[in-house]
Design a protein. Structure first.
Length: 219
């Protein structure tokens, strides 16, 4: 009960923070299509819900989190949003995405598991995303308190967001998102963003990560 109350308080605080920075919105983000983990996810009124597995009663829900933020990269109307993806297990995976008037779909960039989204700010052709995470040694039940930010560029020709910079140490390899992210690699990627200790994520074999201080692979 205490853990559920703590999680509810953290979620409400995050929603208040995101809502406070909402800007003018001119694009229908609630019915947009976003590319998430090599899959096209089309929202309907801000949400998509499908079976977590064939024949399963458990639902895989993807929804808009917080309020949108309007901007005009390349002088074109655009709306940036946080997306919460709940595949049916214990994790809630957060993404950021931009719906833009000239693009039928855009990719969503993974931020982390059970983090606390804070704000999105347009800066020319880029967006600056701020969120709170945990320290590397903290359990997932801890309230995220470590503020981090990420700058993402937007290529209007390919309709893609890409990494520009991340505020964690030794993050030079975090320039573009992995091509594929399974449920397993999302966990690895969250560790990378939290601690910057992972030197690579394999997009060929999506079940392994490689720590910087250990030779070989680790699943």
């Amino acid at each position: 009960m205490r853990k559920q109350l703590t999680a509810a308080i953290a979620t409400n605080l995050a929603l208040l923070a995101v809502g406070a920075l909402a800007g003018t919105v001119n694009v229908d983000y609630r019915n947009a299509t976003f590319r998430i983990d090599n899959e096209d996810v089309t929202l309907s009124n801000g949400e998509r819900a499908v079976p977590a597995a064939p024949g399963s009663a458990m639902r895989h829900v993807t929804r808009v989190f917080g309020k949108p933020v309007g901007g005009r990269p390349d002088s074109k109307p655009a709306t940036a949003v946080f997306l919460a993806d709940e595949p049916g297990g214990s994790g809630t995976f957060y993404y950021v995405a931009v719906a833009i008037s000239d693009c039928s779909k855009t990719n969503a960039v993974f931020l982390g598991d059970r983090i606390m989204p804070r704000s999105i700010v347009f800066n020319g052709r880029s967006i600056v995303v701020t969120y709170r995470d945990r320290k590397p040694d903290e359990p997932m039940t801890a309230i995220p308190k470590v503020t981090k930010s990420m700058t993402l560029g937007f290529d209007s020709k390919t309709c893609r967001l890409y990494f520009d910079s991340v505020d964690v140490a030794h993050s030079a390899h975090l320039r573009r998102p992995p091509l594929k992210l399974t449920w397993v690699t999302r966990r690895c990627y969250a560790l990378l963003l939290r601690a910057a200790k992972w030197t690579s994520i394999s997009t060929e074999n999506t079940t392994k990560c490689r720590p910087a201080n250990v030779s070989g692979n680790r699943s």
